[in-house]
Design a protein around this ligand. Structure first.
Ligand code: 1CP
Length: 337
């Protein structure tokens, strides 16, 4: 919370995207008792336990709620399944009738178990550990709703957004509203900071990024801050490149998450003076381990620790990650001067 408020700390705080999950034996064991991934997400006692596992093991400075960005389409009535080894599957939205059939009114009721998870985690966490709530940003969530699954070229959604912007904006407006309501409830339940994951922001044209990433994010941030002026919001527009400056300045987010490709000298000169940054170790270094992982971590710390900074990965931990390397990384960060 201090780093998010703009303080430069001698030891930067650290947490990791996907820190809870498949690389931990304890997670796989617990997961095996649930019929589906979403069933686990909607069982507060279990989801709280998964959130806490990496905190107990590694002592991260922040816990991230265990859930998924795709609970929003699920709550809107577009059934989501996670087939084993294949990632998410949704019945792709076919047109305006499908958008009109979404059910924004039932979102909060459907997601009630998530709020209970947040309450349970907050009361179990040490007071010095920040609890992060999160949500997918509208564009990224819409990619799954329109493509029906993860995509390589995002052809269907780009055709929709570029060819019928007014029709597409109806979907984005529904997502802005649902996301706002959902995040406000997370905060009410005990989330102290919110991260917005814009994983697929980098596939858009310049105008597309402005209209479908910056504009909706700006609305959500304004909606949240209207109720909670001091709530810190982290935006993570993966692949945004040179858009990062506009993203920071125009959306009103407090901090910006960096993917592993962003040049750090540029960040230190142009972006970090505008506010805290978070990132950006390539998660593959958690698999290589060794001197390579430590050298790369030192490089990141050396460039970014003279300003407000939160250590993180540039993308999510992969299932093959060795928990031992995660422990070594955290030790190195905590002891490096
Ligand atoms: O048990 C399993 O097999 C499920 C694997 C899994 C897990 C552990 C999925 C399916 N989601 C999650 C948890 C998750 N997802 C968290 C929990 C908290 C934590 O970080 O520890 C978070 C924050 C997410 C966010 C998420 N889900 C994003 C944004 C972040 C990112 O990695 O870019 C995205 C794109 C998703 C969609 C999703 N959910 C699951 C998968 C396999 C995917 C990706 C599909 C694809 O690549 O398109």
């Amino acid at each position: 919370m201090q780093a998010l408020a703009g303080q430069t700390l001698s030891v930067p705080p650290v947490w990791m995207i996907r820190q809870a999950g498949r690389y931990l034996f304890d997670y796989r064991e617990l997961r095996s008792h649930y019929p589906s991934f979403l069933a686990l997400c909607y069982t507060p006692e279990a989801a709280a336990e998964v959130t806490l596992q990496p905190i107990r093991r590694f002592g991260f400075d922040a816990a991230i709620l265990f859930s998924d960005i795709l609970v929003i389409p699920d709550a809107l009535g577009q059934t989501v399944t996670f087939a084993k080894g294949e990632g998410p599957q949704l019945k792709a939205l076919g047109g305006q009738e499908d958008i009109a059939a979404l059910k924004p009114d039932r979102v909060l009721e459907h997601l009630q178990p998530v709020f209970e998870t947040v309450e349970r985690v907050r009361s179990a966490l040490p007071p010095e550990t920040t609890l992060l709530g999160f949500c997918g940003a509208p564009w990224t969530v819409a990619t799954y709703m329109v493509e029906g699954k993860g995509s390589k070229d995002f052809a269907n959604i780009r055709r929709f957004a570029y060819g019928d912007p007014d029709g597409f904006s109806r979907l984005i407006d529904i997502l802005v509203e649902a996301t706002t309501q959902y995040l406000l409830k997370q905060v009410e339940a005990g989330a102290e900071c919110i991260q917005l994951f814009e994983t697929w922001g980098g596939v858009l044209s310049e105008n597309g990024f402005e209209r479908w990433v910056i504009e909706p994010t700006k609305k959500i941030v304004a909606n949240l801050k209207a109720v909670h002026p001091d709530l810190p919001v982290i935006g993570f527009p993966r692949g945004a490149g040179l858009h990062l400056i506009d993203f920071k300045q125009q959306t009103g987010v407090d901090a910006v998450g960096l993917d592993s490709g962003v040049p750090l000298k540029w960040v230190a000169e142009k972006l970090q003076p505008l506010g805290p940054v978070q990132g950006n170790l390539d998660p593959m270094y958690l698999i290589t381990g060794g001197d390579e992982m430590i050298d790369e971590t030192r490089r990141i710390l050396d460039v970014l620790r003279d300003g407000p900074f939160i250590f993180n990965l540039g993308h999510g931990i992969t299932p093959e990650t060795s928990p031992e390397n995660v422990g070594k990384l955290v030790d190195f960060i905590r002891n490096y001067r």
